[in-house]
Design a binder for this molecule. Structure first.
Ligand code: GLY
Length: 381
């Protein structure tokens, strides 16, 4: 097991990364509890797989527990589910000393974290993220919240967990597509400021995706270490934390157009968040090339790696994609949370490992990059 720390003075907390941590969760959680009482929030899919093992480990550690199982899916990050969850928690007479435990992916983590932030004006919570995406991103850093009809994550709070347990074993039950979507967020850390890690991923990414535990622990630790550093420096995103949004501004536009996972193709979401981030990152580098700051070889290298592991980076090739409408996509980008004085802040890159924030990107260039990404190429004469 590897342990990292997110350094935030008296709110600092450990992230444990390793094999079989759910089975050992009771002993690992015990030291951070005010009282030996927890309330677990999970969803039907994850609960069916790991709840029993978690309960057993809590029993062994002498920790009292209750739990609630919510429907799986993005729809659970809603006002209605938040209200129902708070009612359930209050009806169970949770106290300020009770710790909530989020057992699930980003939806459960974000909802539970937000409930913890506002319940009794704030109770502690622990994250046990069960997707690669939530292990390397949403479970670390204290962003919590829900979606509204105006967009994703527009209501929420910064509320840091007391502990994060990233169990690499649970990734074995993750569908390949979900794993790949999470992998895009892993690659993001290489592109932001760690070219050596990007090189490592080019070599070892396939092993990680195929289940190699050592490769997984290394990649998740490196990603979490990078995130922990950024969060320690800029918890509330007034500066460098915005770099973590690499690929997200473009990505959100594609997600919005596909209903944030609600639009289906062959019974499955047309586009997952991590897949949108993969497309968005490639577009961000293409835009960086277009404005002359990034060598074309670096953009090509990112594209090649994403494609080599099986991610779709060309929005035109997405099965079940709508007819992308450039104006609508640009409008979605204008609604990004990070808009300042009506201007979108873009995360661009001078190359792999050299991301930077750009507040005065030429809108004409953005339009050109988006147009090139989503419009049919004219066949060569
Ligand atoms: N997902 C970006 C952040 O946590 O800041």
């Amino acid at each position: 097991m590897r342990t990292l720390t997110v350094s935030l003075a008296d709110r600092s907390y450990p992230i444990h990364i390793g094999v079989g941590l759910v089975e050992r969760a009771g002993a690992l959680i015990a030291p951070v509890l005010k009282r030996p009482r927890v309330f677990i929030v999970t969803d039907e899919t994850v609960g069916g797989l790991y709840l029993e093992s978690l309960l057993k480990s809590l029993d062994t550690a002498g920790i009292r527990h209750d739990h609630v199982v919510l429907p799986a899916g993005e729809g659970t990050k809603s006002f209605a589910q938040l209200e129902a969850l708070l009612e359930t928690l209050l009806a169970a007479r949770v106290e300020r000393s009770t710790t909530l435990v989020a057992l699930g992916g980003g939806v459960i983590g974000d909802l539970t974290g937000f409930a913890a932030a506002i319940l009794l004006r704030g109770v502690d919570f622990v994250q046990i993220p069960t997707t690669l995406l939530s292990q390397v991103d949403s479970s670390v850093g204290g962003k919590t919240g829900i979606n509204t009809r105006h967009g994703k994550n527009l209501v929420g709070a910064f509320h840091q967990p007391r502990l994060v347990l990233a169990d690499t074993t649970v990734l074995d039950s993750l569908p390949r597509r979900q794993l790949l979507a999470g992998y895009a967020e892993v690659v993001k850390y290489g592109v932001i400021d760690d070219p050596a890690f990007f090189g490592w991923l080019e070599k070892h990414g396939p092993e990680l995706l195929d289940g190699d535990a050592k490769a997984r622990i290394h990649a998740i630790s490196t990603a979490c270490e990078a995130k922990a550093r950024v969060v320690a420096e800029d918890e509330r995103e007034s500066g460098c934390r915005a770099l973590l949004n690499l690929g997200h501004t473009f990505g959100h536009a594609f997600e919005a157009e596909t209903g944030y996972g609600a639009s289906l193709h062959n019974g499955e979401a047309t586009l997952l968040h991590g897949e949108a981030v993969a497309m968005g990152m490639v577009l961000a580098l293409d835009l960086s090339v277009m404005i002359g700051v990034c060598p074309p070889e670096d953009a090509a290298r990112l594209r090649a790696h994403m494609e080599a592991v099986g991610l779709i980076v060309d929005p035109r090739q997405l099965p079940g994609a709508p007819d992308w409408d450039v104006e609508r996509l640009l409008e979605h980008m204008g609604h990004d949370k990070k808009v300042l004085d009506g201007r979108v802040t873009y995360v661009l890159a001078r190359g792999i490992g050299q991301a930077y924030l750009c507040r005065d990107t030429d809108p004409g260039r953005v339009r050109a990059a988006m147009t090139e990404a989503v419009t049919e190429r004219t066949p060569a004469p």
